[in-house]
Structure formats: structure tokens, C-alpha cells
Design a protein around this ligand. Sequence first.
Ligand code: GLP
Length: 262
Amino acid sequence: MRVVIHPDSAAVARAVARLVADAVTANPRLVLGLPTGRTPQPMYKELIALHVDGAVDFSRVTTFNLDEFCGLAPDHPGSYRHYMEERFFRHVNLARTRIHFLRGDAIDPASECERYDYAILAAGGIDLQVLGLGVNGHIGFNEPAATLEPRTHVVELRPETRRANAALFRGETAAVPSRALSVGMATILTAREIVLLATGRPKAPAVRRMVSGPLDSRLPASFLLARGHVEVVLDQAAAEELPAALPPGVELEVAAPERARR
Ligand code: GLP
């Protein structure tokens, strides 16, 4: 695991957008796993800017989003699909047929989960998985639990997660669906490359526990420690509780100030 600390969230967004753009340039047929939440929004803006500048072409890229709320149709303003349409998909040249999403309004959620797993498998698995981090250490919607699900599943959302998502529902936590669909831990952990971004002071405790271990199903992100190649990109606030001595195998890099800004 490599932890890179940037001065602020804008620098995190630029660094991760650059990393994604470079991966697409290196492999135009990249299979890209995408997150939602507040954290990646500036990264999507940066990616759109890179696309507009002609620096990245998404025409042959395939995407799979991590999760979706149960019961919501794709055009529901609180759905993650709607979030992605507004903040990314409609601004870039992704082929509509290569955008993959869980249907929150599927009549049979279990077969919807199975369909998604097969679609990921058929695409050859995820090449680059971009992740956010829940305040409780969740990744995707893999919530802290006694055991973790390997594959796509229906999950009961924790109160803190529903609170954290209230902004999508006019600030009303009660309006946030109580269940969601999420890809599982094995799908995430077997991605060929993983980059996790976390910004802001509220993420600092989860970042500390993720980086220090132990692997704990009550902090699902801690399982990323079992992976050789994971890049954790933080702003200073999210890095605030990092221990002075990091465990063996965790490298720390403080990013140099950017010289040339677009
Ligand atoms: C949400 C999403 C996650 C996201 C996380 C952090 O509930 N399901 O995919 O990474 O929580 O969200 P935020 O970036 O808003 O803090």
C-alpha cells in the first residue's frame, strides 16, 4: 500500500483524475470501477476538464459503478445513477452500452446482483477500481459487519451511512433508502489496480484504522492492506491521525507542490 498526502482536496482530485486519465491512455479499453459520494465529485470535474482539453478519450472504456440505493429508478434525483449522469457520464464520450449500473428498482434484487457479477466477469474483471471511504470504513456499500460478502449483494445501510448520504435527499436522512445494492469485497479486492481517495477531517479515524490494521470486518477498508498495489490518496486533513510509524509494507509519500497548473 502506498499512501500519498496532498495539501488539499483539490490537489487530490487533480492527482486521481490524472491517474485515471493515464490508465485510460495506456489501455483505451480499460474496465473502470467508479465510486459516488462527495469525495470524488472534484475528481469527476477534473476528468471532464481533461476530456474537454482532449487529454483523455473514454470512447472504448467500460465502467461499473460500485453501488445503488434499493427502490430507486435510474432517473430518481437521489439515485447514484442520476448522480453519475449529472456529474460525469453526460459530459464525456463514454459509449452508453459500456456504462454498467445496478438497477435499484429491480423487481428481483438477488437476480440483479447475479446479473451484475456476470457482467463484471464477462468484461474480464475490473482493471482500475476507484474507491471512496465511508466514515465507518465502508467501501462501496460494504458496511462494517461480522462477515463480509464477496459478491454483489443487498445490504442494510447503517444509520451513519444514511446520514452521510442525506445531501442527495434534500438533507433528509429519513428519505435515504434503508437498503442498497453493492458489489462485494472480493470483486473490489481482485481489481488489478485500486486507488482510494479520502479527504476531510471526518475520514481521519477510518484512514488511521485502514492503514494500521488489523484486518477487521468492522472496518472493511482494512482488507485493502492485504493487497500489494493500492494507492491511498489523502489530503492533509484525512491524514491527520496517521501513526508516526507506518506498518511494514505501507509506504508514505508527501506529494511535492504542483508546479504547473492547467
Ligand atoms: C457512500 C458510498 C461510497 C462512498 C462513501 C463516502 O455511502 N456508497 O461509495 O465512497 O459513502 O462518501 P463521501 O465521499 O460522501 O464521504
